[in-house]
Design a protein. Structure first.
Length: 174
C-alpha cells in the first residue's frame, strides 16, 4: 500500500465529509426538525446519556486544526471541557468504548458545534431530530463512510487506527 501525507489525507477526508453531508441534506435532513428551531438547542450534543461519538485519528487531527485557530482564551476553555469530559465520564480506551457516553465538549451554547463547518465528525453529520424512525438515514450510509475514513487512516498512517470516544481521540492528538 502506498502511503499518503496527512495533509493530502485531510483534503480527502474533507471531501468524504462533504459528500456525506450532501447526501444527508439532499435525501434525509428535510424530514428532520431544524436545529435552529429546537427549543433546547444542543440537547442532543450534550446529553451525556446519549452521546457516544467515536472518531478516527485523522478526524481528531482535523478537529485539532480547527481548535488551534481559536483564540487562546477560547482554546483554554475548550481544552478544559475536553479534559473534564474525559474525567467526569471516566472515558477510557478499555473495553467496549461504544458503551461510554459523554457530553460533547465541542458544543458551545449560543454558538453550536465549534467544528461544524470544517471538521464535524461523520456520526454528527448524519444525526438530526427525526420524528419518524422511517425518515432516518439508513445505518449503511454512515457505515460506508466510516469504512472509507478507516481506509484513509490506514493509507495515511500505515495501519488501522482505533476509533475512540471523541474527547479521548482529540486529546491523544493534542
Amino acid at each position: 500500500m502506498k502511503l499518503i501525507s496527512e495533509k493530502k489525507a485531510l483534503g480527502r477526508l474533507k471531501r468524504l465529509r462533504s459528500d456525506l453531508e450532501t447526501e444527508i441534506v439532499e435525501n434525509y435532513e428535510h424530514r428532520a426538525k431544524s436545529c435552529l428551531t429546537c427549543e433546547t438547542q444542543g440537547a442532543c450534543c450534550v446529553d451525556a446519556h446519549f452521546v457516544n461519538v467515536h472518531i478516527s485519528r485523522l478526524e481528531a487531527v482535523a478537529i485539532g486544526q480547527v481548535l488551534a485557530r481559536l483564540d487562546l482564551k477560547k482554546r483554554i476553555e475548550v481544552d478544559k471541557r475536553i479534559d473534564d469530559a474525559i474525567e467526569e465520564y471516566r472515558l477510557t480506551t478499555d473495553g467496549d468504548t461504544f458503551r461510554q457516553t459523554f457530553a460533547c465538549p465541542l458544543f458551545e451554547k449560543g454558538t453550536g458545534c465549534l467544528v461544524h463547518l470544517d471538521a464535524k465528525p461523520a456520526p454528527c453529520i448524519t444525526h438530526a431530530c427525526y420524528e419518524n424512525a422511517a425518515d432516518l438515514p439508513p445505518d449503511e450510509i454512515l457505515t460506508k463512510r466510516e469504512r472509507e475514513i478507516d481506509a484513509l487512516n490506514e493509507q495515511t498512517y500505515g495501519r488501522p487506527q482505533p476509533w475512540l470516544p471523541l474527547p479521548l481521540a482529540i486529546r491523544s492528538k493534542a
